[in-house]
Each structure stands twice: as structure tokens, then as C-alpha cells.
Design a protein around this ligand. Structure first.
Ligand code: GCO
Ligand code: MG
Length: 402
């Protein structure tokens, strides 16, 4: 069996996606996601110029060997561009293998470990009361877990506050939007939001919050401590994690569960965090961390330390990643939760998929493969549009972490 072609498809049904379609000599094809928000075309080039020529003629059944070939063979290891390209190939090959086996991917991975994948939705509002109402709407939709982000008094554009109710798209402009960040205002406000949410909705809903890399370790420790009475499911990306040791300081000050990893590429980014038990949830995901082959390795390592998965699932992860993640989540023994930020109808139309939402849970469906396809004719009607994520500065103009 041979790979006869591999095509990179760029489409913008509301937002940009990069998709790889691998075709075999036996008529079976597989689809993989290679989207890197705000830097999409670099992965297109990496795939077209440097990966696709190496794939032609290879046996698509040798998933592990092809993974190692692309990882070790490049000499230059890791990084978001390389690992997304590898993920796209890997996911397309798992799709092909599962289709050939006539199985949904979760069956090929080892079968179901659970009946459904608990997801969390994104509730946000311009101010505290709007956010409280937004959480209520998610509860009405059946969600068991909800991430709450709110505008902060005195901060003009806080992270996570969108326009509209179900969809939030941060990559919103042809050049980066400039936002201003004020840590003191945020730290004073955030506990009030969760205090109010518990007053209104009681102890039952799982509540999550994303700090989005804005705090120093000691500030994160203070926030975690202040949030303890409100029983958060997790506090996410409390501080940047290049220095994994930073989390030790947060851990020393709070029992609020910690989640991190949406920008991690490999097991090496999370090794110290996991083996020193400095986190509770690892958020690496299929597209960001080298596909099913590598994420499985991260999850198995995490299981040794009772760290559970919490895959990133924002809208810049295409339905191909969402579908694949749901098969992974259905199988992985140490599953924690899956992020679910709904795609727009335009996006869903370009990527017909087998997964569905019911009562707070997503189900991957039983179609052979990962169950997500791409409508190439429709995709061609949505040409690429440059779109950047915002940047953040402190009130005195210093660059900060968005
Ligand atoms: C999340 C994330 C996203 C990111 C986005 C960047 O937890 O969902 O932090 O909203 O900002 O994926 O492209
Ligand atoms: Mg996040």
C-alpha cells in the first residue's frame, strides 16, 4: 500500500483552517488538521515544501515509523510549526488505518472507556452580571462544566470576552489588535465573579477559568488561594510555562487545581510539570502535540502521576481535531474534560462530521476513521484571509503576554 498524493487545503469559512488530505493507491484517504492560529501559512509551506515530497510512495500503514521519520529525520526538533505538520500527517494516517479496519478510531485505540465525553463551554460577558447570565444559558443548554470569563472594570478589552453568545473568535484583525492589561484590577475582580456564580448557581456546575498566561507565579498563587472557596474545576495557564519550575511556587500556595499545556508541542514541555505533580490537567492536544501517536504517549506518562487530560478545543482547532480528540477522549483512561468552543455553521458545513452534542457530553459517532471530512468545493469558496491574535501591553506600554 502506498501514499499517492498529499494535498494541503487552506480555507476560511469564518476563520482560517489548514487541512491535509492524504490519498492512497487503494482509494482510501485520510484527513488531518494543521492549523496554527495567526501563523497558518508557515505550516502550509512546511508541509508542501518539506513534508509532502517525503510522503509520496511511503506505506501509510507505518504510522509510527513515519512519525519518527518526520520528527527525528528533520534534525530540527519540536516547535509549533513542525509539530503541527507532523500532527496533520499522523491524524490523516490514523484516519486511513481506522477506515481500512472499518472501525471508529476509538475502537482501534483500545475501545471505549466511557459513554460520553464531558465538555466545557465558554460563557463570557462584558461585565460580571452579563457573565453570570451567560453561565445560566450554558446550564440551560445542558452543560455540566462551564468556563467563565468576564470583562474587568477599568480594563477595556479583557481576554476571553467575545461578541455574540456562542461564538468567540480572538484572531479578529488583519494585523494584531493592541489590548491593555492591568493585573491589579484583574486580581481584585476575578474572585468576585466566582463568588457571585456560586451564590446564583450553587455548588453543582463545574466552573473553570482561564488566566491566559497573564500572572507571575506568586500572583497566580494568590489568585488560586482566593478562588479556593468557590471550588474551581481548574485554573488554566496561570503563568507562562516555559519555566516549568514556576508552577512549584503556585502549588505551594493553593489547592485550586491547575491546568496548562494548550501551547505545548511535545512530552518534553510537560515532563517536569507531570512528574513533579505540579499540575492536575494536561491540556496538550492532537493538533498541537504531534497527533494521536504523541498525545497518547503524553497521556500515558501523565497517568502514572494521576494527571488527567483536558484537551484544548478552541475554534482554531478545526473540526478534524475536535473529531479526533473525541475518539481519543473516549478511549484515554485518564480523561479529565474536553474543551468545546462551538464552530460556526459555515465551518461545520465545510467539515461534515459524525460527532454530536447531547446533555453536556460530546459523542464521536461510529463512522469508520475519525469521522470528519472536508467538502473541497465548499472550502474553495472561502479563500484565506490574514488574521492575527491580539497582543497585550501593560498600562505603561510594556509588552505583556496576551
Ligand atoms: C482556550 C484558549 C484559546 C486561545 C486560542 C489561541 O483556552 O480556549 O486559551 O482561546 O486563546 O486557542 O489561538
Ligand atoms: Mg486557554
Amino acid at each position: 500500500m502506498k501514499i499517492v498524493s498529499a494535498k494541503v487545503i487552506v480555507t476560511c469559512p469564518g476563520r482560517n483552517f489548514v487541512t491535509l488530505k492524504i490519498q492512497t493507491d487503494q482509494g482510501v484517504y485520510g484527513i488531518g488538521d494543521a492549523t496554527l492560529n495567526g501563523r497558518e501559512l508557515s505550516v502550509v509551506s512546511y508541509l508542501e515544501d518539506h513534508v509532502v515530497p517525503c510522503l509520496i510512495g511511503k506505506d501509510p500503514r507505518r504510522i509510527e515509523d513515519i512519525w519518527q521519520y518526520l520528527y527525528r529525520g528533520a534534525y530540527w526538533r519540536r516547535g509549533p510549526v513542525t509539530m503541527r505538520a507532523i500532527a496533520a500527517v499522523d491524524v490523516a494516517l490514523w484516519d486511513i488505518k481506522a477506515k481500512m479496519a472499518g472501525m471508529p478510531l476509538y475502537d482501534l485505540l483500545g475501545g471505549k472507556s466511557r459513554d460520553g465525553v464531558m465538555v466545557y463551554g465558554h460563557a463570557n460577558g462584558a461585565d460580571l452580571e452579563e457573565t453570570v447570565d451567560a453561565v445560566g444559558r450554558y446550564i440551560d443548554l445542558g452543560y455540566k462544566a462551564i468556563r467563565a470569563q468576564s470583562g474587568v472594570p477599568g480594563i477595556e478589552m479583557a481576554y476571553g470576552v467575545g461578541r455574540g453568545t456562542l461564538h468567540y473568535e480572538p484572531a479578529d484583525a488583519a494585523l494584531p489588535t493592541e489590548t491593555v492589561w492591568d493585573t491589579r484590577k484583574y486580581l481584585n475582580f476575578a474572585p468576585k465573579l466566582f463568588e457571585r456564580l456560586r451564590e446564583v448557581y450553587g455548588p453543582e456546575p463545574r466552573l473553570l477559568h482561564d488566566v491566559h498566561h497573564r500572572l507571575t507565579p506568586i500572583e497566580a498563587g494568590r489568585l488560586g488561594k482566593a478562588l479556593e472557596p468557590f471550588d474551581l474545576f481548574w485554573m488554566e495557564d496561570a503563568t507562562p510555562a516555559e519555566n516549568q519550575e514556576a508552577f512549584r511556587l503556585i502549588r505551594q500556595h493553593t489547592t485550586t487545581p491547575l491546568a496548562v499545556g494548550e501551547i505545548f508541542n511535545t512530552i518534553w514541555d510537560c515532563k517536569d510539570l507531570i512528574q513533579n505533580q505540579l499540575i492536575d490537567y494536561i491540556r496538550a492536544t492532537i493538533v498541537g502535540a504531534g497527533g494521536v501517536t504523541h498525545l497518547r504517549r503524553i497521556a500515558d506518562f501523565a497517568a502514572l502521576y494521576q494527571v488527567r487530560t483536558g484537551c484544548h478545543g478552541a475554534t482554531d482547532l478545526s473540526p478534524v481535531t475536535m473529531g479526533t480528540a473525541l475518539h481519543f477522549d473516549t478511549w484515554v483512561p485518564n480523561f479529565g474534560i474536553q474543551e468545546y468552543m462551538r464552530h460556526t455553521e459555515e465551518t461545520d458545513a465545510v467539515f461534515p462530521h459524525a460527532y454530536s452534542f447531547a446533555d453536556g457530553f460530546l459523542h464521536p459517532g461510529d463512522a469508520p476513521g475519525h469521522g470528519v471530512d472536508i467538502d473541497e468545493d465548499l472550502a474553495a469558496k472561502h479563500p484565506y484571509k490574514p488574521a492575527y491574535l491580539p497582543v497585550a501591553r501593560l498600562t505603561d506600554g510594556t509588552m505583556w503576554n496576551w
